[in-house]
Design a protein around this ligand. Structure first.
Ligand code: R5P
Length: 280
């Protein structure tokens, strides 16, 4: 049985079309004081349940806890949770005394009423180790790479060194050259970002990242590639958070901006449904 988390209804339906699972809706509402109400719209007693619910914005994380609790209370046989975008993953280590390790804090809560956890392009691989239940990190990079082909790129590029493994995986999928950007400090005020090995003059490139949040990383990367002479720069990511005016900023410099439906929105040009279905 597939439980359609309110944050991932369309994605859940696409998955169910592939897996043939029976789906159950979740009714939800927000009270005037901001508190949330959640109700399963079906009988889950004795069922093996797959629940898909992304956790952005914050409200959806609370819904996830509540749905897990309702599934347990209503006699679900097992609960596998698919969290397409696992929020708070960027605080995956402690920098200062007294900080909360948020990626671990939420893992501890989620695993209480779950048998298995799946996510996609977790910001860091080590997050799976925060779970004491079976946890799996799936990669949307092959899907994004195939979609990137529609932009006819000469290269795939990671905006930073942290994305090297991701970009390698994407490039392998479509047999294309890849590179990453390196930041070079010229003086106290100026940094220059350049591709390490390739010349982008007159070329078309797709920059791929796991997350676009404020768009700062991607905008800077795209600006620099254009300065280096790139003809076209396209920006793609798995998780399109597009906080505040990120899209406006990106559109000023990029030829196109796209993401998957781990967070469902207008820029979700490509679906992770086949990836989830295959793994469930
Ligand atoms: C950083 O390590 C991540 O991979 C992304 O590059 C980053 O989270 C993007 O954030 P923003 O869009 O705010 O620059």
């Amino acid at each position: 049985m597939l439980i359609k988390g309110p944050a991932s209804v369309e994605l859940s339906e696409k998955v169910a079309e592939i897996t043939g699972e029976y789906t159950v809706q979740v009714k939800t509402k927000v009270f005037p004081d901001g508190e949330i109400y959640v109700k399963l719209d079906g009988d889950v007693k004795g069922e093996e349940c797959n629940l898909i619910q992304t956790t952005y914005p914050n409200r959806h994380l609370l819904e996830l806890y509540m749905i897990q609790d309702a599934l347990k209370e209503n006699g679900a046989e097992s609960i596998d949770i698919v969290v397409p975008y696992y929020s708070y993953a960027r605080q995956d280590q402690l920098f200062e005394k007294g900080e909360a390790l948020s990626a671990r804090a939420f893992a501890k809560r989620l695993e209480i009423e779950a048998n298995k956890f799946y996510s996609i392009d977790l910001h860091s691989e080590k997050i799976v180790d925060f779970f004491r239940i079976d946890a799996e990190n799936l990669s949307a990079m092959p899907i994004l790479a195939r979609h990137s082909e529609t932009k006819d790129p000469d290269f795939l590029i990671s905006p930073d060194e942290g994305g090297i493994e991701r970009i390698k995986k994407a490039a392998r999928e479509i047999d294309l050259e890849w590179d990453y950007l390196v930041k070079k400090r010229l003086d106290a005020e100026t940094v220059k970002i350049k591709p390490k090995n390739i010349d982008v003059e007159g070329k078309s490139v797709v920059i791929l990242d796991d997350i676009i949040s404020t768009g700062g990383t991607m905008t800077e990367a795209a600006k620099q590639l254009k300065k280096e002479g790139a003809e076209e720069v396209h920006a793609g990511c798995t998780h399109g958070l597009f906080a505040e005016n990120a899209l406006d900023r990106l559109e000023k410099v990029c030829d196109s901006v796209f993401c998957t439906d781990t967070i469902e929105q207008e820029r979700s040009e490509v679906s992770v449904a086949p990836l989830i279905a295959e793994n469930l």
